[in-house]
Each structure stands twice: as structure tokens, then as C-alpha cells.
Ligand binder design. Structure first.
Ligand SMILES: [Zn+2]
Length: 325
């Protein structure tokens, strides 16, 4: 039986990959830095709490519209109110614990403040209580989410009270990459950076390499969620490598949404070879059916990386510059 305790037993992670021992991979410390907590929950936990079995995707999809339709059919209104969102958050902590995640970057969309009559403090207290209850051993990096389709004035109004708390450490912009020009979010991102947050955005999943470059420059991004289109441009990869911009990549999500043909040809390989810092993450475990442990093992089985290289990538995710809560 392989055992891993934090970073000191890294060779065991490699052995676990080589022997295909998923349980041993799960016992190794790892991070999940690209996880939408609303769809990141443990299937068995949710079944137990709701009586509902939410089956993962059984086919590849071709667009975000298809993804939304699938989620609507699978999850419906379950997470569409205050209690439902808290259940989803708790289920995500449970899933991460089962997966052996030791560093987890999740949070709430600032829009959810509308369920709390404008009280960011109350919303945050609820999340803190769930963390203490469900997964106190996981180093939680609290994240604020912004949806790209929301009106900017509303985003600014919702975000302000969260920033005033001084609790959150990262900001992530997600949703339809084509909904609003990235430049529109410049003032919001500047405010978040001034408040000391590391900032990220979803780009280069549906858009191109130039979109990744522009977003990093316009929003002064520290990290990019996905960003895989950067692999099409040596210049953009060099820019990301030179500026130490980390890409938090979700390989199975990219395959299931048709952004990449298969794991064996995933551009994470080219990005890694170009010196771009990369991490391996889940995106939406409930939809894609893979924890971080499975992601690592799948990449190894696909022949994309050696066990030592995957161990290197694992370390990248565990050595974030900010102290977790
Ligand atoms: Zn995502």
C-alpha cells in the first residue's frame, strides 16, 4: 500500500501512477484550483441528501449551450436557491476530501449576495461554517466569482461588500467568453487587485491565443482558467512563461466539451514544454465525473506525461504564493 504525506513522500505519487493505484493517488496531497463549487459535488453525498442520482456526462458536447441544457436536465433547480447553493458548496468539500485534495480554491459568485439581502458577511459565515464542518483539514483558498454575462454595474455593487471583508484571496471571471469584451472588466479587476486579490479569468477555452494574451494584459491576470488556446501561438506561450502566468487546466472538461480531440493530444503538453506553469484540475466534477486523482491517472495512462512530470505539475499546484485560510 502506497502512502503519501504532503510533499515529503513525492516518489510515492509517481509509483501510484505507474502501478495505476487510484486509491494511492487519492492519498497523495494535491490541489484543485479550477473548481466551480456549484457543480463540484460528491455524487454519493448528494444522492444521500437529496435522493437524487446526478449522472455524469456520457457523451461529448459541442457548445456551452449544450452544456447548460445538460446541467438543466441533470440538476434542474436543485442549486438555484440559498440552501441549494450551500448544499452544493458542502458537497464540493466532501468530494475534494474523498479525492485527497489538500488545497482547494472555491467560493461563491458575487451574484449570490442577492440571496442574503446584500450581506456578504452572512454568506461568507455560512461558507466558513461548512468548511469547518465538512473539510477542516483542507486548505481553503476562498475565491470570488464573477459571471461574464452579468451587467457590470451590478457586478461592481455585489463585489464591493465582499472586498471590504478582507477575507477572499482570489477572483475568477467565468461564463460565456464572448458575452462582453474583456476590457469591460478592467475597473473591477483593478479594484480587486488593489484589495490584494490574485486575479484569474476563463479565457482561451473557446477563444483563441490572442484572447489569452489580451486578457492577461488588460486585466493584469495572475492566472488563467483553461487558456489552452495559447498552445497555438509560440509567442503567447513565451509571454505566459516569461511572466509566470499559471494556467489552471481541466483536461477531461476540454475533451468532453470538444475543445480537444483526446487526452493523448491535449495541449497541456506543449504548454508544459514551453515553460508555462500548469496545474491539473476538475472544473465540474458532477458533470465530467473525474476527480483530480483520476485526471492525473488519465494523463499518465494516455502517455502524455511521465510520472515525474505529473509530480512536478502536482507540486506547482501545491506551492501557491498566498497562505490558505
Ligand atoms: Zn471553469
Amino acid at each position: 500500500m502506497w502512502r503519501c504525506y504532503g510533499l515529503t513522500m513525492a516518489p510515492d505519487f509517481q509509483a501510484a501512477l505507474i502501478t495505476g493505484d487510484i486509491d494511492a493517488v487519492r492519498r497523495c496531497a494535491k490541489s484543485d484550483l479550477h473548481n466551480h463549487a456549484m457543480l463540484g459535488g460528491a455524487r454519493d453525498f448528494l444522492a444521500q441528501r437529496t435522493g437524487r442520482n446526478i449522472a455524469p456526462l456520457d457523451r461529448k458536447l459541442g457548445s456551452m449551450a449544450e452544456m447548460h441544457a445538460f446541467v438543466q436536465g441533470a440538476v434542474g433547480e436543485l442549486f438555484q436557491n440559498r440552501e441549494g447553493r450551500l448544499l452544493a458548496f458542502e458537497a464540493t468539500l466532501v468530494q475534494a476530501r474523498q479525492d485527497g485534495v489538500t488545497r482547494l480554491e472555491i467560493g461563491e459568485d458575487v451574484w449570490a449576495i442577492t440571496f442574503y439581502e446584500g450581506s456578504a458577511a452572512e454568506l461568507t459565515r455560512n461558507l466558513q461554517q461548512l468548511h469547518a464542518l465538512a473539510a477542516p483539514d483542507i486548505a481553503w483558498v476562498p475565491q470570488l466569482g464573477l459571471s461574464r454575462h452579468c451587467p457590470l454595474a451590478a457586478i461592481e455593487r455585489w463585489l464591493r461588500p465582499f472586498l471590504e471583508l478582507g477575507f477572499y484571496q482570489t477572483l475568477d471571471l467565468s461564463g460565456d467568453e464572448l458575452a462582453q469584451p474583456i476590457e469591460a472588466f478592467k475597473p473591477v479587476f483593478r479594484r480587486a487587485k488593489d484589495a490584494g486579490l490574485r486575479v484569474k479569468a476563463h479565457v482561451g477555452e473557446w477563444g483563441g491565443a490572442e484572447d489569452v494574451w489580451r486578457a492577461v494584459e488588460e486585466l493584469a491576470l495572475d492566472e488563467v482558467q483553461h487558456g489552452i488556446a495559447a498552445a497555438h501561438s509560440p509567442a503567447v506561450m513565451r509571454f505566459l512563461a516569461d511572466n509566470h502566468i499559471r494556467l489552471n487546466i481541466c483536461p477531461t472538461s476540454n475533451v468532453m466539451l470538444g475543445r480537444v480531440a483526446n487526452l493523448a493530444t491535449h495541449p497541456i503538453r506543449q504548454l508544459y514544454d514551453a515553460g508555462v506553469p500548469v496545474t491539473v484540475n476538475t472544473d465540474d466534477v458532477l458533470v465530467f465525473g473525474q476527480g483530480v486523482s483520476e485526471e492525473f491517472l488519465s494523463l499518465y495512462d494516455a502517455g502524455l506525461f511521465s510520472a515525474a512530470e505529473l509530480d512536478d505539475i502536482r507540486h506547482t499546484g501545491l506551492t501557491d504564493p498566498y497562505p490558505p485560510r
